[in-house]
Ligand binder design. Structure first.
Ligand SMILES: *[C@@H]1O[C@H](CO)[C@@H](O)[C@H](O)[C@H]1NC(C)=O
Ligand SMILES: *[C@@H]1O[C@H](CO)[C@@H](O)[C@H](O)[C@H]1NC(C)=O
Ligand SMILES: *[C@@H]1O[C@H](CO)[C@@H](O)[C@H](O)[C@H]1NC(C)=O
Length: 418
C-alpha cells in the first residue's frame, strides 16, 4: 500500500503543479502499471549521464549537439541542438530556420522525446527542415550547475518563474541568435508558454523571435479550482515556506512526499479521483511512453516558483512574485504591489499560434478564454487558434496522434509566417 501511495503522490505532485504527468487515460493499464513500475524502479532511476542527445536523439540516426549557456545570474543551462533531419541537409544551401522548444514545469527537455521518433515534435521539426534547439530550465537534472552556487545551497533555489523570464529565456535566445544569426521560432508547453507570453508583454525577446506556438497555454489560472489544487495553492502561500524554506522542491524527496500525503489526508480530498480531475482526461497516451515518462520525470524546481504560481491562482492576475508585504515589495520593485505582466502589450503583429484542449484541467478552456480576451487587439491575421476537444494537458507533448493533430499545424504555421 505504502509504495503505491507514494508512487501515486509523485504523480499528483506533478499534476497540480501544472505539469504534464498524466496517467489517467486508461487507469486499468496505463495508470496502474506505470504507478507500479515507477515505484519499483525508483531506486534505480538514474540521470542518464550521456545526456539527452545520446539517450534520445542520436540513437534514431539524427545529429545532435550538447551545448551549454550561462545565464546572467550564473546558471549553466544545458541545451540540445538537432541541426537537420534524419536524412541530413542534402543540398539544402539556404540557412535553416531555428526553432526553440521549451518544456513546462517539473519536467525537462527529454519530455519531448519519449514517443517513437516519428511522433516526437523535435524530430518532426528537424525532418521538416528546421534547426531544432531544446531548452532545459534551471534546476532540472541537466541544468543544475552554477558559476558559484551548489544545488545543495538554498540560495541556488532563490528564484521564481520571473527569473526564467528575466534570465533563462534571454540567455537561450541570445545564444541561438548569435549562433545562427537568425530570428527564432518558439514552441512552448504549459509554463513554457507563460514565461514567453510574460517576456513578450515586456517587450523582451521580440526583436529575436519570429513566431511562437503555445501548446496548452497557461496565463491565467483562476479556474484551476479543484479541492487538491486549492489546498495545495493555499499551502504554498502559507506553511510551505516554513516547511521547505525557499529551497529546492524535489518531487522525489521525502519531505515533498510527506507534504503531499498530508494534503491528501484533508477531509474532502480524494487524491485518486482528483488526479484525473486535475490533469484532465488525456485521450491519447501510449502506456509505454507513460512508463518512460515516469522513469525520467518529474524534475525538481524551486519552491519559490510554486509559490509564485499559487499566487497566480489566488490573485487572478499575472504579476511578478509577491513578497507578501508592501514594504518588501517596495524594496524589490519600488512599488507596494508587484508589477503586472500586461499581455495586451504583446506586439500585435507577432505571429502567435495557440492550441488548447477541451479536457485540459490545468490550462482550463475558460482561462484560455481570458488569455484570448487579453489578445483581442492582436492582428487577426497574426493569431491562429486551435481547439482540440479531446485533448488533456499531456496529449500535447505525448499524444500518439499529436503529430497529425497539433504538430502538423505548428509546422505549417511556422512555414506560413516566414
Ligand atoms: C507505443 O510505444 C511503443 C514503444 O515505443 C511503440 O512500439 C508503439 O508502436 C506505440 N504505439 C502507438 C500507438 O504509437
Ligand atoms: C533572494 O533573492 C532576492 C532578490 O531576488 C534577495 O533580495 C534575497 O536577499 C535573496 N535571499 C537569499 C536568502 O539569498
Ligand atoms: C493593459 O494594457 C491595456 C492597453 O495596453 C490597458 O487597456 C489595460 O487596462 C491594461 N491592463 C492592466 C491590468 O493594466
Amino acid at each position: 500500500m505504502a509504495p503505491t501511495l507514494s508512487g501515486f503522490l509523485m504523480s499528483s505532485s506533478t499534476a497540480w503543479a501544472l505539469c504534464v504527468l498524466v496517467l489517467v487515460v486508461e487507469p486499468h493499464f496505463a495508470y496502474s502499471s506505470s504507478r507500479g513500475s515507477f515505484v519499483l524502479n525508483k531506486g534505480l532511476v538514474s540521470t542518464p549521464t550521456d545526456g539527452i542527445c545520446a539517450s534520445s536523439v542520436t540513437i534514431y540516426g539524427y545529429k545532435c549537439q550538447e551545448l551549454q549557456v550561462t545565464t546572467q545570474d550564473g546558471y549553466i543551462l544545458s541545451l540540445q541542438r538537432i541541426p537537420e533531419g534524419r536524412y541530413g541537409g542534402g543540398d539544402h544551401v539556404g540557412k535553416k530556420q531555428p526553432v526553440l522548444i521549451q518544456h513546462g514545469i517539473l519536467v525537462d527537455g527529454m519530455t519531448w522525446l519519449l514517443n517513437p521518433p516519428e511522433q516526437d515534435l523535435p524530430l518532426i521539426l528537424a525532418d521538416n527542415g528546421f534547426d531544432v534547439w531544446i531548452a532545459n530550465t534551471r534546476g532540472t537534472r541537466f541544468s543544475r550547475r552554477h558559476t558559484s552556487l551548489d544545488p545543495i545551497n538554498p540560495r541556488f533555489w532563490n528564484w521564481s518563474w520571473d527569473e526564467l523570464v528575466t534570465f533563462d529565456l534571454p540567455a537561450v535566445f541570445d545564444f541561438i541568435y548569435s549562433q545562427t544569426g537568425q530570428k527564432v521560432d518558439y514552441v512552448g508547453h504549459s509554463l513554457g508558454t507563460l514565461i514567453a507570453l510574460a517576456s513578450f508583454s515586456e517587450g523582451r525577446l521580440v526583436d529575436k523571435v519570429k513566431s511562437a506556438a503555445m501548446l496548452s497555454p497557461i496565463a491565467y489560472l483562476s479556474h484551476m479550482n479543484t479541492a487538491l489544487g486549492v489546498i495545495a495553492a493555499k499551502a504554498f502561500l502559507g506553511e510551505i515556506t516554513t516547511l521547505f524554506g525557499l529551497a529546492e522542491f524535489d518531487p522525489k524527496g521525502l519531505s515533498v512526499t510527506n507534504f503531499l500525503k498530508s494534503l491528501c489526508d484533508n477531509p474532502g480530498v480524494d487524491c485518486y479521483d482528483l488526479l484525473s480531475a486535475l490533469t484532465g482526461k488525456n485521450c491519447c497516451l501510449n502506456s509505454s511512453t507513460v512508463d518512460l515518462f515516469l522513469m525520467n520525470e518529474p524534475q525538481a524546481t524551486s519552491t519559490k516558483t510554486l509559490v509564485h504560481l499559487a499566487q497566480t491562482v489566488r490573485d487572478r492576475v499575472l504579476e511578478r512574485y509577491n513578497y507578501g508585504r508592501p514594504d518588501y515589495n517596495l524594496l524589490h520593485y519600488g512599488e507596494f504591489f508587484p508589477p503586472v505582466y500586461n499581455l495586451s502589450n504583446i506586439p500585435h503583429d507577432l505571429p502567435l499560434f495557440l492550441s488548447y484542449g477541451g479536457q485540459d484541467a490545468l490550462s482550463d478552456p475558460r482561462d484560455v478564454g481570458l488569455l484570448l480576451d487579453a489578445l483581442k487587439f492582436h492582428d487577426v491575421d497574426k493569431l491562429t487558434v486551435q481547439f482540440v476537444n479531446d485533448y488533456g494537458h499531456a496529449d500535447f507533448i505525448m499524444g500518439v496522434n499529436a503529430k497529425d493533430i497539433v504538430y502538423r499545424s505548428v509546422v505549417s504555421f511556422f512555414k506560413h509566417h516566414i
